[in-house]
Design a protein around this ligand. Structure first.
Ligand code: HEM
Ligand code: HEM
Length: 238
């Protein structure tokens, strides 16, 4: 496994792929497994529901609590999947050193980014940022209280956590905005359709790029990750 990851790391590919920018993306490679794709679009839906329902009054506010608690499970699932998932879902595959990020950013700024098989070095840190901030949002949400509702962690909150929760939610909004702009900007510069790849699992890459279809992970590993996600939801469901 370790050896395989070494081959696909852009830190290694960066130099080899230097000449690849502009090469026609004419080969289909399966890069995202089904659990990663379902996770992504279910997360988008649930964050949207949590956001909209946050303004709800009275008993409808329960939708906010339930959708927010579901997100606890999604994040837990993704943390586990980042350790036992398929190749490009693994944290070791997309968390790069500062030097690689700097090198990639410089090439992006000169409109010549190398193709990445999984997440690119900047995108990888954005994934870490989104997951970390989502975690802070749900933690502070569970420390908040509203009209008779007391979050499952409200006893360990310090002072008025509602404002902290809202502040972090605003920061999450900013990250999501940058994430979406980044996805489309990358698409324009590299001629890759990243959202489509997140739906189908398949990226179009130039034939000259060293990339193989991901291997099927089987059923046991998704079940383990799902079980841990469900356990987290069960723990905080109130
Ligand atoms: C609530 C809004 C959103 C959140 C919280 C979010 C979060 C994330 C996360 C956590 C990942 C990492 C996926 C993984 O490896 O598991 C990701 C990747 C991705 N997201 Fe989103 N996302 C949001 C909205 C969107 C939208 C609206 C689009 C498309 C229009 C989009 C397109 C993508 C794409 C294409 C990737 C893969 C990027 C790559 O190829 O490196 N996301 N997103
Ligand atoms: C990604 C997930 C979440 C998002 C996007 C989100 C968003 C928001 C927003 C925008 C507000 C402010 C509403 C207003 O204008 O008054 C809010 C308030 C609140 N949220 Fe969340 N939230 C999330 C998760 C959670 C979770 C997991 C819980 C608890 C289990 C929670 C509990 C609360 C409570 C109790 C308030 C009311 C605070 C108050 O105004 O007094 N939230 N949330």
């Amino acid at each position: 496994m370790k050896k395989t990851n070494k081959i696909i790391k852009p830190s290694v590919n960066m130099a080899a792929n230097r000449a690849q920018h502009g090469a026609k993306p004419d080969r289909s490679v399966r890069v995202w497994d089904l659990p990663t794709r379902i996770f992504h679009w279910a997360l988008v839906l649930m964050v949207a529901i949590a956001w909209i329902s946050a303004e709800a009054d009275g008993s409808a506010f329960v939708i906010h609590i339930y959708s927010g608690t579901m997100i606890v499970g999604f994040v837990m699932f993704r943390l586990v999947w980042g350790i036992i998932g398929s190749r490009h879902a693994l944290f070791v595959d997309f968390v790069f050193s500062w030097k690689t990020v700097k090198d990639y950013s410089a090439r992006l700024l000169s409109f010549r980014p190398p193709h990445s098989v999984g997440h690119n070095p900047l995108g990888g840190w954005m994934v870490v940022g989104l997951l970390a901030v989502l975690m802070l949002v749900v933690l502070t949400g569970m420390m908040s209280s509203e009209d008779g509702y007391h979050g499952p962690l409200s006893h360990i909150g310090f002072g008025d956590m509602d404002d902290v929760h809202e502040g972090i939610v605003n920061f999450l909004g900013l990250l999501i905005f940058v994430h979406i702009v980044g996805v489309f900007a990358h698409g324009v510069v590299s001629r890759e359709n990243l959202p489509r790849a997140m739906v189908t699992g398949i990226k179009k890459l130039p034939a000259s790029i060293a990339a193989n279809d991901i291997r099927t992970v089987g059923i046991i590993r998704p079940i383990i990750a799902l079980a841990i996600g469900f356990a987290a939801v069960w723990l905080f469901w109130s």
